[in-house]
Design a protein. Structure first.
Length: 230
């Protein structure tokens, strides 16, 4: 879709291309993300590459780091939008906007002496990553860290506005702790200025299980990495 936009749109100003990206490309990357949101770094990296490519379509922004390109375009990273979508879904369940009851996924903390808002959720113990990164578990800490003012929003749009204000005040609120790490199973040799990782794959017993895209032009990556290091 990005290639189609690049080939067919002649007047490539920033506003028109950003609107096309928001309406034609990004919905495919965010649709129902509360269900399938990935937790592996390599999967997050592959999704984020789509937005990487879009932000590099503007010659004036091409040499800037990825975070600065997003700031110029007034975009969130895809990981931030997935975490934001999780909070919105919890809010819809609690306020009765969603057809799904919040009690199916969460249990409320009844102790009112704790700090924070009055709708704190209890996080259960998990033994597997499958359960730990499930919707009902991964959203609890971020939801509990919201303020009472955020929870008291009367409409969905007002809650979204307060999340926007929350991000402006705390830039890392919607980011994961390992969001800037390279995908698992690879050794990072150098990080280019636009946050694209140059990697050499480690020797593993099952190389077939890794994405083929990372194995392409491996020889060129090794030579380029050696030149950059030395």
């Amino acid at each position: 879709m990005l290639g189609l936009i690049s080939r067919t749109i002649k007047y490539k100003n920033m506003e028109s291309l950003t609107n096309l990206y928001k309406s034609l490309v990004r919905p495919h990357l965010n649709y129902c993300s509360s269900v399938w949101s990935p937790h592996l770094s390599k999967d997050k990296f592959l999704l984020e590459r789509v937005q990487h490519r879009f932000t590099r379509m503007f010659p004036d922004l091409r040499k800037l780091p990825y975070e600065q390109r997003l700031s110029h375009l007034r975009l969130w990273s895809l990981e931030e939008r997935r975490n934001r979508a999780d909070l919105i879904e919890v809010f819809k369940m609690i306020k009765g906007i969603s057809a799904t009851s919040w009690s199916l996924f969460f249990s409320r903390v009844e102790d009112n002496t704790t700090r924070g808002h009055s709708w704190k959720l209890r996080k259960k113990h998990c033994r597997t990553d499958t359960r730990l990164y499930f919707f009902s578990q991964r959203t609890v800490n971020r939801w509990n860290s919201l303020s009472q003012k955020d929870i008291d929003a009367t409409t969905l749009n007002s809650f979204k506005s307060r999340l926007e204000r929350k991000r402006n005040q705390e830039m890392d609120f919607f980011k994961e702790a390992n969001s800037l790490r390279s995908p698992t199973g690879c050794t990072t040799l150098y990080k280019y200025e636009d946050c694209i990782w140059i990697m050499i794959w480690q020797v593993q017993p099952h190389p077939v299980s890794y994405p083929v895209s990372y194995m392409k032009n491996l020889h060129n990556l090794i030579i380029l990495s050696m030149l950059l290091l030395f």
